[in-house]
Ligand binder design. Structure first.
Ligand SMILES: Nc1ncnc2c1ncn2[C@@H]1O[C@H](COP(=O)(O)OP(=O)(O)O)[C@@H](O)[C@H]1O
Ligand SMILES: [Mg+2]
Length: 455
């Protein structure tokens, strides 16, 4: 495996690496394949993301998902792919140590939503609208400004750079969605969670059907096409681009068929001939009885994606989006060609992707701080609840003792321990909470500087 030895140190051969080196700060996320914690490296002082891989108890040894992710990350190291700094195997667990990024794109978009009630209302309306009954002349919901267009362009470009790198090494991501895109306050974007990716290498065994999250899933997967290939990632990037612009998910289906019909209504039902998608009618989940929506005009297509002229997507941007959301995967633009598209080449993307202007920087910073403060608030509430439960337990214990005429006891200690022991992860340094306080102060100061506390 190329480059396998360089970035990774086995904890046994290179002390003082290992878990003792990291102070756990907070849980960042929990998915199918593991928990991710924010932690501080006490040797360098740097923040890291620690991904603890869930081990299948029935499996002997390391799960194949973990091995797949490690192998892929090592093979795919790139500026726009999550940077794996170390792999730790300790106490029968595997931890992947990544460079810390401030936020994932899902939380960034959600935070903007939270600050904009019109956005939340528009998204709720889009999600609940039945695909059959929204007439094209329906009144438009209130305008929702999305991310600034230079930021959208920079993010799309950076995702494409990462994906092009993966595709050129014959890997698919297969699960691109805002939760798996990491951003930082310098305007950088990285692709994370390569756990579901697999090499495109032929011959391809049938790939898992339930891979991409429904909303970002392309029509060929929804129609049961096997095998599928790199265009699945490009479709996802198209839907993510539209969502960044409009702040509203493009195809928020609640089932495969609902998602498919939302796509057909927005892009037109594919026609099984040379003008559109030859062979689509031979795909396993195609039905001759599918409703036949005709392809909407450019304006209609944008409107279906909740994109308005006020969002400022120019003709080149519209063209690229159309090419990424091309129904027929064989005709969908590749990452390489997308990077050469006029939407990018007319700008100096080198500058845009390396350093965002100060406006974007401070916006990303505000959102990152806001999200962290919210997480802290949640934890404080949880702590309060725990303390309340503890107080109640103690009270009950005292009443019980009083009734039994007992005066002291181990029993009481045991009950209290149970409450206190909740949610602790023994794999980490217990000083985590102490360090949090320093962090809190820094954050509160940054928030005050950014005028966030008054929001
Ligand atoms: N390097 C990182 N920096 C900051 N947050 C991260 C990092 N890696 C992951 N996360 C957070 O943890 C979440 C879950 O991580 P991910 O790798 O996608 O694992 P899963 O397989 O559980 O989905 C992400 O959605 C993101 O919020
Ligand atoms: Mg994920």
């Amino acid at each position: 495996m190329a480059g396998a030895s360089a970035p990774v140190q086995a904890s046994s051969s290179a002390p003082p690496s290992g878990l003792g080196r990291y102070v756990k700060l907070e849980k960042l996320g929990e998915g199918n394949y593991g928990c991710v914690y924010k932690a501080r490296d006490i040797v360098t002082g740097q923040l890291v993301a620690l991904k603890k891989i869930k081990l299948d108890e029935e499996d002997d040894g390391v799960p194949s998902t973990a091995l797949r992710e490690v192998a892929l990350l090592l093979d795919c190291q790139h500026k726009h792919i999550a940077k794996l700094e170390q792999v730790i195997m300790e106490r029968g667990q595997i931890y992947l140590v990544f460079e810390y990024m401030d936020l994932d794109l899902r939380r960034y978009l959600d935070n903007i939503h939270a600050a904009n009630p019109a956005a939340a209302a528009a998204a709720a309306a889009a999600a609940s609208a039945s695909i059959a009954i929204v007439p094209s002349h329906a009144p438009l919901p209130p305008f929702v400004p999305g991310l600034p267009m230079p930021l959208v362009k920079s993010y799309v470009y950076q995702i494409l750079l990462g994906v092009e790198h993966m595709h050129s090494r014959r890997h698919l991501h297969r699960d691109l969605k805002p939760q798996n895109l990491l951003i930082d306050r310098r305007g950088r974007m990285q692709i994370a969670d390569l756990g579901l990716a697999r090499a495109i290498a032929m011959p391809m065994p049938p790939v898992t059907h339930e891979v991409a999250t429904l909303w970002y899933r392309p029509p060929e997967i929804l129609l049961g096409s096997k095998p599928y290939s790199s265009p699945v990632d490009i479709w996802a990037i198209g839907t993510i681009m539209a969502e960044m612009i409009s702040l509203t998910p493009s195809f928020p289906g609640d089932s495969e068929i609902d998602t498919l019909f939302r796509i057909f209504r927005a892009r037109g039902t594919p026609v099984p001939d040379d003008s559109c998608w030859p062979g689509v009618d031979a795909l396993p989940d195609w039905h001759a009885t599918f409703p036949k929506w005709s392809r909407p005009s450019t304006e209609g297509r944008l409107r279906a994606l909740h994109i308005r002229p006020e969002h400022g997507l120019d003709a080149d941007g519209i063209d690229l989006l159309d090419q990424m959301l091309e129904l027929n995967p064989a005709r969908r633009i590749s990452a390489r060609r997308a990077l050469q598209h006029a939407w990018f080449t007319k700008d100096n993307m080198h500058n845009l992707s390396l350093a965002s202007d100060s406006d974007l920087k401070s916006q990303a910073e505000k959102v990152a701080i806001h999200a962290t403060l919210q997480a802290k608030k949640k934890r404080a509430e949880k702590l309060k609840k725990t303390q309340e439960a503890k107080r109640l337990a103690k009270q009950q214990q005292q009443q019980k003792q009083h009734a039994n005429g007992m005066d002291d006891g181990e029993e009481e200690e045991e009950e209290l321990d149970e409450v206190e022991g909740e949610d602790e992860d023994e794999g980490f340094h217990p000083g985590g909470d102490i360090r949090m306080q320093d962090d809190d102060e820094e954050l509160m100061q940054a928030a005050a500087d950014n005028d966030l506390l008054s929001q």
